[in-house]
Design a protein around this ligand. Structure first.
Ligand SMILES: [Zn+2]
Length: 303
């Protein structure tokens, strides 16, 4: 008779416990983590919770009037809707479109997994005016396992306590390597790209400190509107010009960057959008949105 398999005490990070909202996490991230754990899609899980929400493909990260999804969802996961509502964006206009909301920091994910948590998406990463991780000083990257609907699938091994390295997702490992090089100051290498990268981080932090493009109502947002309107106006005008030219034109400056995956000035040609915020929310590529932040910064910062 065979001996029963030994219980593996070295896997204390197995995530069978209920997944709870982490600090700064979005509701869609919690939904995606639970859906990944159950092996279903986000829409499937939402359909189980509240069919009308899934039919309408509701943006579960934005506070909406008469939205019953959060109440139903909170009940199903044993929490109160008040505990979840603090994670919602109050300004739907300041958050990237749901289907494009896949920005992530590889170093944050690595640290989450190494600490025994399932990696999760932060609300800050969904801000239109933020393309870098403020904690690690590296670019945010598009999560490679994102469905067209915006569902971000998480690998099974992150629920199984097998550590942060992903054997079956080389893109994550590449993103992690590149992010670390930015965090350690090894990249970018060429002086023009170093200047461009520093300028983007500096400008985004400057906006962040002034609550420009903030997602939630806060004390600091009093009096912010005029600066915010100026930034949005300028950024949207630049974005609209790219729709004609297929390129973000910089007056008298070199529009190139050593790592096109991080920043690219080659844009999509298409129709203009009527709404300024819509123009900014509709960037599928974070590398293109980052270039737009770079171009916009010259109207607001001299250094
Ligand atoms: Zn980070």
């Amino acid at each position: 008779m065979m001996a029963p398999p030994a219980i593996n005490d070295s896997a204390p990070r197995l995530r069978l416990a209920p997944q709870v909202l982490m600090p700064g996490e979005t509701i869609s991230s919690l939904v995606d983590r639970q859906a990944s754990l159950w092996g279903v899609s986000r829409i499937d899980l939402m359909n189980q919770v509240d069919p009308p929400s899934a039919l309408g493909r509701r943006d579960v990260d934005v506070r909406l009037p008469l939205d019953k999804f959060l109440d139903h969802y909170a009940t199903k996961i044993g929490q109160t809707s008040a505990a979840l509502s603090g994670a919602l964006a109050h300004y739907g206009s300041h958050i990237v479109f749901m289907s494009y909301r896949n920005a992530y920091c590889p170093i944050c994910f690595f640290e989450d997994a190494a600490s025994g948590y399932t990696p999760y998406f932060r609300l800050d990463w969904a801000r239109v005016f933020l393309t870098h991780c403020r904690q690690h000083g590296c670019p945010l990257f598009p999560w490679p396992k994102t469905a067209p609907s915006g569902f971000r699938r998480l690998p099974h091994q992150w629920f199984m306590g097998q550590g942060p390295a992903l054997d079956d997702c080389p893109q994550f490992m590449q993103d992690l390597t590149l992010a670390k090089m930015y965090a350690y100051g090894i990249r970018p290498k060429t002086p023009p790209s170093i200047d461009a990268w520093r300028r983007v981080c500096h400008f985004e932090e400057w906006l962040y400190q002034r609550s420009v493009g903030a997602l939630q109502i806060c004390e600091q947002r009093r009096g912010v509107s005029s600066l915010e309107q100026e930034v949005v106006h300028r950024a949207a005008a630049l974005a609209q010009s790219t729709r004609l030219h297929g390129r973000l034109k910089l007056e008298g400056r070199d529009g190139s960057f050593e790592e096109p995956r991080v920043m690219t000035f080659v844009m999509d040609v298409g129709k203009e959008r009527a709404d300024r915020w819509l123009e900014l929310r509709g960037f599928r590529s974070i590398a293109k949105r980052r270039a737009l932040m770079y171009a916009t910064s010259f109207d607001f910062m001299d250094v």
